[in-house]
Ligand binder design. Structure first.
Ligand SMILES: Cc1ncc(COP(=O)(O)O)c(C=O)c1O
Length: 447
């Protein structure tokens, strides 16, 4: 496994004001406190309780449209397929579908969610290294745009399933370009040591075989080199150059290639990262693939929805340990897993306008789950936060709710969508009854 790039945390954390200034979805009202668009988070907490996920509809739309403009201005014939794994909430996916985005799905559940959210089947791509036969049959029954094939074995399997239904499955071959995306080891996918895709050297032979399989209609290639890519777009550029060469080679052999799925992965600034821009990404696609007349697909997730969401939490208590201050909040690693899983940094803002400018001291912010890794941050400069104080974990719109679990028998938190002065609960808090639902004692114990 490639080592994660060393995290440069020797720079001071951004100030509350800097965090706010870089996030147009948020504002600090001197009376109402921290707001998402024009809705005070305190109002949402009073209405739905905490923890709760809060998403800005305007930010989702703005970012979807920024990506669309970047590819259009580069002259690319491109469609954008939102990676629903980053946030499969129906209201979010529906809103993005309303902006003309399709969906990238990786399971039956995500495919059903995309359809339920109103994404046309012809705008859905099915990715993932382990699709089951049942998922393949569903994708064929729905007649989705394409399935991305990740191995020779999967190609045979899909061909068999499609042929048994008298169909030919539109598919692309996911190529592993052996490019280091220089992201966290747990979310890099474009190296030959990763489980994803087919090594680029083996792709021509497999693509040729796929073209001869009775149940397949190969339409092109796919690539996705990793997630939270923040070191410019050089690795994208390298991957798309390799893909471009492969397209030429396949065509020279008389094989049809009409589409290239360029994947997702564009990073966001959680702390002080300076990720590549959509314009730079579009430029990298154009440089590698622009003269081939291929249809381009993109599968971004995090870039669109990450900055659109916060996780709103309440302080349960502050505990003063030996030389340490712990702020214990009612959100935990079961809600927002990223810090425990990837050592991720999330901005944390107090919601109260008084706390926003109050003196600060270093604190560890932790959840109530019985794991030491249930730690959101260590040594963060925060004001005094008495019980009941609200805090917002920033940039929690991607891989937040979608990675939640019910660990420690904690119900899933509700999701709220804000637009202007309105807000709506778009997913209820899971009830205690729902947590127990579906469980039973074996009949030999029930008596
Ligand atoms: C195949 C594929 N496409 C798209 C994405 C979306 O990535 P991101 O949310 O980083 O844009 C992922 C996530 O890793 C993925 O595996």
């Amino acid at each position: 496994m490639a080592a994660a790039p060393a995290r440069v945390l020797d720079t001071p954390d951004p100030s509350f004001s800097d965090l706010l200034a870089a996030r147009p979805a948020l504002a600090m009202d001197p009376l109402a406190g921290l707001m998402v668009e024009e809705v005070p988070l305190a109002r949402i907490a009073a209405a739905v309780g905490t923890p709760a996920w809060v998403y800005s509809a305007t930010t989702l739309k703005r970012r979807a449209n920024a990506l669309k403009s970047a590819v259009a201005e580069a002259g690319l014939n491109a469609t954008i397929h939102f990676a629903t794994k980053s946030n499969p909430n129906l209201a979010v996916v529906n809103l993005l579908a309303g902006q003309g985005l399709g969906a990238d799905v990786v399971s039956e559940g995500e495919l059903r969610a995309a359809r339920a959210a109103g994404v046309p089947a012809g705008m859905i791509v099915f990715s993932g290294v382990g699709k089951t036969e049942r998922e393949m049959r569903l994708a064929l029954a729905e007649d989705i745009l394409q399935l991305n094939i990740e191995s020779a074995e999967e190609a045979e399997m899909l061909s068999g399933v499609a042929a048994s239904l008298g169909r030919r499955a539109r598919c692309a071959l996911r190529v592993n370009p052996d490019v280091d995306a220089k992201t966290h080891a747990k979310i890099t996918t474009g190296l030959t040591e990763n489980k994803f895709g087919v090594p680029i050297a083996l792709a021509p032979e497999l693509y040729r075989r796929m073209c001869a399989m009775p149940g397949l209609e190969p339409v092109g290639l796919a690539v996705h080199i990793g997630s939270q890519i923040t070191q410019g777009v050089a690795s994208y550029r390298a991957a798309y150059q390799r893909l471009g060469q492969l397209v030429r080679e396949l065509r020279a052999a008389g094989l049809p290639v009409k589409r290239v799925d360029c994947g997702g992965g564009l990073g966001i600034a959680y702390r002080d990262e300076i990720p590549g821009t959509p314009e730079a990404l579009a430029g990298a696609i154009k440089a590698g693939l622009g003269d081939l007349g291929v249809e381009i697909m993109l599968e971004p997730g995090r870039w669109i929805c990450g900055p659109a969401g916060v996780l709103l939490a309440s302080v349960i208590v502050e505990k003063i340990g030996q030389d340490r201050r712990f702020v214990i909040v009612d959100a935990a690693m079961n809600d927002l897993l990223r810090p425990a899983m990837y050592d991720s940094w999330h901005g944390i803002l107090p919601v109260s306008p008084v706390a926003f400018t109050a003196p600060v001291s270093a604190a560890d912010v932790v959840g109530p789950v019985c794991e030491s890794s249930d730690t959101f941050t260590k040594g963060r400069e925060l004001p005094a936060l008495p019980p009941g104080s609200l805090v917002a974990f920033l940039d929690a719109g991607a891989y937040g709710a979608s990675m939640s679990s019910t660990y420690n028998a904690r119900p899933l938190a509700p999701e709220v969508l804000v637009e202007g002065t309105r807000f709506a609960v778009v997913r209820d808090r899971q009830s205690q009854e729902a947590l127990l639902a579906g469980q039973r004692l074996p009949d030999w114990r029930a008596a």
